[in-house]
Design a protein around this ligand. Structure first.
Ligand code: 8YV
Length: 318
């Protein structure tokens, strides 16, 4: 029997193709000189799609050209790039990569928090540029005595909270629902959380529902000693309001791993001395990206061999 045909929409970690190549016929859409003509010719045979959070949005426009499509396997725990409602109408399974990146992203979140508060990149630049020979690096703010609010207490948020419990800071959270088994105070809105803390870590899903959930009002509530860390999605914060809040002292500092329009980072954000900026590296270790790629492939393999995906998203019609 011919092996099932899989469309890969964008380049992703080599572990995906390594695991899929022996079992499937692979088509690499981004290498096609004319993707529209390619889809017209090969679309009807394609039964699976592997896509990535950073590879652009996919939905009905693509699904309509793939009438035999059964499953969309997303590289990334966030899957706002896949129109799950359109997929559900067509009875398509959608999978993501939960679990395998939680601890890695939580490590990065804490590293970014400390780097931002203790101004580690600025301190390193001070040394490298020879300025230490003239003067000690200026004293930094401190994590001591802070209350850290976690916006989105899912699996990664909890992994961040576990780490921060060991740092002796007070914790609080906001999510859609209070979680009865969580010992930290819950606040019913992002603004109420920001009022109750001075350090806010965003680790909630992206997409329309959470767009600009951190706005000028929330930043003002965080206050002049406020530190904002974003390891979620650029869309969850009003980037223009954040730039203004950092520039005029509404908040103290920000540490960002994600942006509204990646890989574009606005020039006025780049110019701010009180922002620590990373290029979306939360899960970007070799080991974790390999685990994510393997899970993308394993979902497709499980679907085509056993008829059940390993990690379907909540909206998937199973
Ligand atoms: C990756 C991520 O950067 O899992 C996610 O949702 O944002 C990151 O782990 C992304 O998936 C790479 O495509």
């Amino acid at each position: 029997m011919a092996s099932p045909e899989i469309l890969i929409t964008a380049p992703m970690h080599p572990s995906v193709e390594a695991a899929l190549a022996p079992r499937f016929t692979l088509h690499r859409l981004w290498l096609q000189p004319d993707p529209t003509a390619f889809l017209a010719a090969h679309g009807p045979a394609i039964r699976g799609v592997a896509t990535t959070t950073l590879g652009g949005a996919i939905g009905e426009d693509l699904f309509a050209r793939l009438p035999a499509l059964e499953i969309v396997a997303n590289f990334g725990v966030g899957y706002e790039n896949v129109d799950v409602a359109a997929a559900a109408v067509r009875g398509l399974v959608v999978t993501n990569t939960p679990g395998v990146l939680d601890e890695e992203v939580a490590d990065l979140a804490v590293a970014l928090l400390l780097a931002t508060i203790r101004r580690l990149p600025q301190a390193e630049r001070h040394l490298r540029e020879g300025r230490w020979l003239q003067a000690s690096f200026p004293l930094s703010p401190s994590l001591r005595g802070r209350t850290v609010g976690i916006l989105g207490l899912g699996a990664i948020g909890k992994a961040i909270a576990r780490r921060l419990a060991g740092f002796g800071v007070a914790l609080a959270y906001h999510g859609r629902r209070r979680q009865p088994d969580v010992p930290y105070p819950w606040h019913p809105t992002p603004r109420a959380l920001a009022e109750a803390c001075d350090t806010l870590i965003a680790i909630l899903p992206g997409g329309a529902e959470t767009r600009h959930i951190v706005n000028a009002e929330v930043l003002a509530a965080l206050g002049p000693q406020g530190v904002f860390i974003n390891v979620a999605r650029g869309s969850v914060v009003d980037e223009a309001a954040l730039v203004a809040a950092l520039a005029n002292g509404t908040i103290l500092a920000a540490g960002l791993d994600v942006y509204a329009n990646e890989p574009q980072v606005p020039a006025d954000l780049l110019a701010l001395p009180n922002a620590v900026l990373l290029p979306h590296v939360g899960s970007a270790s070799e080991a974790t990206r390999t685990a994510m790629g393997t899970l993308v492939a394993d979902n497709l393999i499980a679907w085509f061999t056993e008829g059940r995906p390993l990690t379907p998203v909540a909206e998937t019609p199973l």
